[in-house]
Design a protein around this ligand. Structure first.
Ligand SMILES: *Cc1c(COP(=O)(O)O)cnc(C)c1O
Length: 419
């Protein structure tokens, strides 16, 4: 078979079958995992081009390899669009993931042993912000802030810890905190103690782009994000700043600091994501994501399910399952059999281990991308409540199979990736 013409189905039937099965899984179920989305056909095309072959290191105009003319064009397009979309003076689109973007920020501003203040993992923080098993937790002296009894960020505790420990870097943002963060309050504290302020907007970058969420770019020294969550694009990370003078420091932290060559097909797809995010269609999508997350939260609250903070300002919300006597692991298993994919998630002061947990994180980014509106998300909230109630009544399996049938009817009206 010819290297340049043979199709995947013939070259590798096993991988082909798994890929087809995954596409079918995405078509036939409802994706509620907050860190997932559904990319455009255009994104898939950008990812699958022979640009994947090109190796470059460094930055446009200063590469370490020849033949970089088109690679430079692609990366400059991505950088210019990121800067325009977010009103930033600086953008770096090379980070392979959000964690890599954060690692580069650590390298740029702190040294091993320095103090870093971030949100506790159990309060909704991210592994790459200093969790014990992560490099960030092993190499830096991590101090943390959390949430109050009502689930809202404890700004006073954050400020007191900052004053007591004088961190060099303060991180705002997380992966399971559902509310808008008051960046100005972080700014005041960072200025008081002379810290760099990093806002990690991985989960709501699309809402920021569409101006339906407070904008961290003018306030933070550095902003990190991913293109694949709420921004509805390729898997990858990027870095922004309103401080153009940080460009050299941040660029050299990404390359040669923590990365080598650029994944150019991913950079091409990032350029596509930024372009798509400038459209009125995307702004309507982002408003829909927020309306839908709020409708989902409100439906659950109406059904007496405990939602942390009682609602959300972002694409995600967290259900506390302790009042129902259920675990996140058990609930996400039964929901998956009902055609609703969600992830177990720790809640503040969770008595269960990270593999079990007492929470469930739900998100609206992917469902909204396939066209669901408030009616569909209200229905989804009722299904989630039905399944959780049935679990407490010992009738989980019949409820899951009933919901599975209804989910299939709903998704058939919202097709994705036509063959
Ligand atoms: C998802 C996420 C990231 C990025 O994670 P990767 O899996 O490395 O792309 C970074 N920060 C936060 C807050 C996140 O939620």
């Amino acid at each position: 078979m010819d290297h340049f013409t043979a199709r995947l189905a013939d070259v590798d039937p096993e991988v082909y079958a798994a890929l087809e099965a995954e596409t079918a899984r995405q078509r036939n179920g409802i994706e509620l995992i907050a860190s997932e989305n559904l990319v455009s056909r255009a994104t898939l095309e950008a990812l699958g081009s022979p640009m994947v072959n090109k190796t470059v290191e460094g930055y446009p105009g200063g590469r370490y390899y020849g033949g970089a003319e088109h690679a430079d064009r692609i990366e400059l397009l991505a950088v210019e669009r990121a800067m325009e979309l977010f009103g930033a003076a600086y953008a770096n689109v090379q980070p392979h993931s959000g964690s890599q973007a954060n690692l580069a920020v650590f390298l740029a501003f702190v040294k091993p042993g320095d103090t870093v203040l971030s949100m506790d993992l159990s309060a909704g923080g991210h592994l790459s912000h200093g969790a014990a098993p992560n490099l960030s937790g092993k190499w830096f002296d991590i101090v943390s802030y959390g949430v109050n009894a009502d689930g809202f960020l404890d700004y006073e505790g954050m400020a007191a810890t900052a004053r007591a420990t004088s961190p060099k870097l303060i991180i705002a943002g997380g992966s399971a905190y559902p509310r808008a963060i008051d960046f100005e309050r972080f700014r005041v504290v960072a200025d008081d103690v002379g810290a760099i302020l990093l806002v990690d907007m991985a989960h709501w970058a699309g809402l920021v782009a569409a101006r339906v969420h407070p904008d961290p770019v003018p306030v933070a020294d550095v902003v990190t994000a991913t293109t694949y969550k709420n921004l509805r694009g390729v898997r990858g990370g990027f870095i922004l700043s309103h401080r153009a003078e940080l460009a050299r420091k941040l660029n050299s932290a990404v390359f040669p600091g923590v990365q080598g060559s650029v994944i150019l097909n991913a950079v091409a797809a990032k350029a596509v994501a930024f372009r798509e995010a400038m459209t009125p269609e995307f702004r309507a999508y982002a408003r829909g994501v927020l309306d839908n997350a709020r409708a989902l939260a409100a439906t659950l609250v109406d059904r007496d399910i405990t939602v942390l903070t009682g609602g959300t300002d972002t694409p995600l919300l967290v259900v506390d399952l302790r009042p129902l006597g259920l675990t996140g692991a058990a609930a996400s298993d039964v929901l998956e059999r009902a055609g609703l994919t969600a992830n177990k998630n720790g809640v503040p002061d969770d008595p269960e281990s990270p593999r079990v947990t007492s929470g469930l994180r739900l998100g609206s980014s992917a469902g909204t991308a396939r066209g669901f509106g408030v009616d569909e998300f209200t229905q989804i909230g009722d299904w989630v409540a039905d399944v959780l109630e049935a679990m407490t009544a010992g009738t989980a399996e019949p409820a899951a199979s009933r919901v599975r049938g209804e989910v299939e009817t709903m998704v058939s009206a919202f097709p994705i990736y036509p063959a």
